[in-house]
Write a protein that binds this ligand. Sequence first.
Ligand code: FAD
Length: 381
Amino acid sequence: MPRNVYGPDHEAFRETAREFVDRSLKPRAEDFIKDKAIGREVWLEAGAQGLLGLEVPEQYGGSEAGDFRLNAVLAEELSKFTAAASSCFGIHTDCVAPYLVDLGTEEQKQRWLPGFCSGELVTAIAMTEPSGGSDLAALRTTAVRDGDDWVLNGSKTFITNGYSADLVVVAARTSPEKRARGITLFGVETGMEGFTRGRKLDKVGQTESDTAELFFDHVRVPDANRIGEVGRGFVHLMERLVGERVGAAASNTAHARQVLEETLTYVKERQAFGQPVGSFQHNKFKLAELVTVMDVTQAFVDQCLLTHARGELSTADAAKAKWWSAQVQNDVIDECVQLYGGYGYMNEYRVARAWRDARVTKIWAGSNEIMKELIGRDLGL
Ligand SMILES: Cc1cc2nc3c(=O)[nH]c(=O)nc-3n(C[C@H](O)[C@H](O)[C@H](O)COP(=O)(O)OP(=O)(O)OC[C@H]3O[C@@H](n4cnc5c(N)ncnc54)[C@H](O)[C@@H]3O)c2cc1C
């Protein structure tokens, strides 16, 4: 089914993104898995290709495309390669960029954004703590004002790019007596005394991304590194989660579509009882269902992308796109594993890795249950 979300500019950008995937990512796929990280040289290549500064004004080294559909094109092309690549770059380009661009002071923008665009400064965002991620307003990491500094204590976990990031946007509690209204955001940088990281976490899937614990032991963060207003961190986060979630939906959908396409090729070639396994009526009907659900999902996600590009996407619609696409991605890829038979369970087959990679999308960036909470609230329930 033709998609009406993209025009010639987006498709031209898709070619750039594809070239990057073919030239910089595919030849290093095994290294990413072995290193549990996407190497810095790849970030620098992404920067040189103009892929990192889509949200950043030109004066700071970006392209200020200002059209979220370009971010979505990048997410789609990366996730067709691996979900982990889409996640690592997406955290940087889609999630962190708006905090620095919208909320950063002039001095912060000059200090951080050129490196952000070139890939010399990799970023992460740290909300989740060992004590919990869904109830963000209950976070326990504290920041106490001391002269021109804030003193941070606490820890974060499951942080994407956490091991390699040079700059981490950290949500910390600045007013113990207030819940959501007592949270402030800070830019914590590599080298700050008392800021340490644990090992790269050993995940079920998405091995290529570095996911880490972060520890803050009396870290002195200058007030010049505060991002946004004191006590408005929660609001700043909520306002930007819509973008993160619709980006996740674009990525989830592209990932599942790619795996389904490869499965279709496989079932036409693989023989059993003297015929292609895809030609058995059960499998044919199953595949008919899968392509239908993918097309219907894509239509809704595209509508959300168009609406978000106009700056009008609601929290509830972003939540619908995020949970639905995550569920569909998991269901479709699970059926694909079945269609591959035993080979579908072998790590050397992409479908097996994709199945493990997909599982987290129902958990992160707000779990499916939290997405349904948001939708329920929107229904007045
Ligand atoms: C690979 C990976 C990468 C991640 N990257 C980042 C990152 O870069 N930055 C970051 O800050 N975080 C990141 N996260 C954390 C992620 O966002 C959290 O794991 C997620 O928000 C859930 O929080 P939790 O793990 O503490 O689960 P909990 O909050 O403990 O929830 C446990 C279960 O209870 C359910 N639950 C909780 N509250 C409710 C409720 N009110 N109603 C119904 N069910 C509920 C949840 O849906 C879940 O199923 C990442 C996680 C993973 C696994």
